[in-house]
Design a protein around this ligand. Structure first.
Ligand code: NDP
Length: 282
């Protein structure tokens, strides 16, 4: 019996890697459209990234995802980056086209795609908690999608101010920085609140410092945390009558977008979501 060669390989380079939900989603999605592709989870230390990227070229991988701590560092090993990824200064998805490696960022696009299921960001007042990689990706895409105003709320001033400056001067959306000190009081004109910090990761009782009484029923509250998806913030917001969005939608949609970039095909988001929930035991 002969076995046909695997058609293509994509990989995720990250550290540390403790089981990767994206691998599970991607391989289900490849199988569902009849592609004999593989998605490998490869642990790469910071000092190994340059060799990993050379290896990817040498072995003809179709592309890769990057997780912490490689999303910024990888830029120096690429031939080109998309406009949004260049603005964010971070790449989570690389596509090989001929000999060229092209950097993209699907995190923020994945978030906006799931937000659109509840609200169009166009013309909205958006408050983002955090100013790290996820917050940058979301803020740039929400800005490009036409938000009227973005408020960046962050504990550490330079990081928060830098993101607000980027939004004002390069994305051309009105943005301001608020130093996060104590419970944040949401301005009543807020339409969308996004927790883009790591608070809540692995602990469904972790409290985001927020004055819950300032949440109003006409607000959308989103959390980037997907494990567990039912965060304390999501529960509090639901109790206040807000529409809520957990982090699973963002994770699924960033994978759907990456799938399209690599394969040119549309993945079935429902298959990916089921795979993710199965992987996480939900
Ligand atoms: P970073 O380390 O780049 O940024 C973390 C941010 O959280 C910083 O702004 C930091 O503030 C803030 N923060 C952390 N702890 C606290 C605290 N106790 N109080 C106030 N602020 C705090 O991480 P990422 O942006 O890459 O990731 C953030 C989260 O997003 C992770 O949990 C990750 O799993 C999740 N994520 C989810 C995705 C999805 O698809 N659902 C995709 C990508 C990420 P400061 O600047 O002051 O340190």
């Amino acid at each position: 019996m002969t076995h046909p060669a695997i058609q293509e390989v994509v990989a995720v380079f990250g550290q540390p890697v403790a089981g990767n939900p994206t691998q599970y989603m991607m391989e289900k999605a490849f199988a569902q459209v009849g592609l004999d592709w593989r998605y490998l989870t490869l642990e790469v230390a910071p000092e190994g990234l340059s060799d990993a990227m050379r290896g990817m070229r040498a072995m003809g991988f179709r592309g890769c995802n990057l997780t912490i701590p490689h999303k910024v560092e990888v830029l120096k090993y690429l031939d080109r980056t998309s406009e949004a990824a260049a603005l964010m200064g971070a790449v989570n998805c690389v596509n090989r086209v001929g000999d060229e490696l092209i950097g993209e960022n699907t995190d923020g696009k994945g978030f906006v795609q799931s937000l659109r299921g509840l609200a169009d960001p166009q013309g909205k007042h958006v408050a983002i908690l955090g100013a790290g990689g996820a917050a940058r990706a979301i803020a740039v895409e929400v800005g490009l999608a036409g938000a009227a105003q973005i408020t960046i709320v962050n504990r550490t001033e330079p990081r928060g101010q830098e993101l607000a400056d980027l939004l004002n001067h390069q994305v051309h959306v009105a943005a301001r920085f608020v130093q996060w000190d104590g419970d944040y009081e949401l301005p009543p004109e807020t339409d969308v609140l996004i927790n883009a910090t790591s608070i809540g990761l692995g602990d469904d009782d972790s409290r985001v410092p927020l004055s819950v009484g300032t949440l109003e029923p006409d607000m959308v509250v989103a959390d980037v945390i997907f494990n567990p998806p039912e965060t304390r913030l999501i529960r509090d917001a639901r109790q206040r009558g807000c529409q809520t969005l957990d982090g699973l939608g963002m994770l699924v949609n960033q994978a759907v977008i990456a799938f399209k970039i690599w394969t040119g095909r549309d993945a079935d988001a429902a298959v990916m979501r089921d795979a993710l929930e199965e992987f996480l035991g939900l």
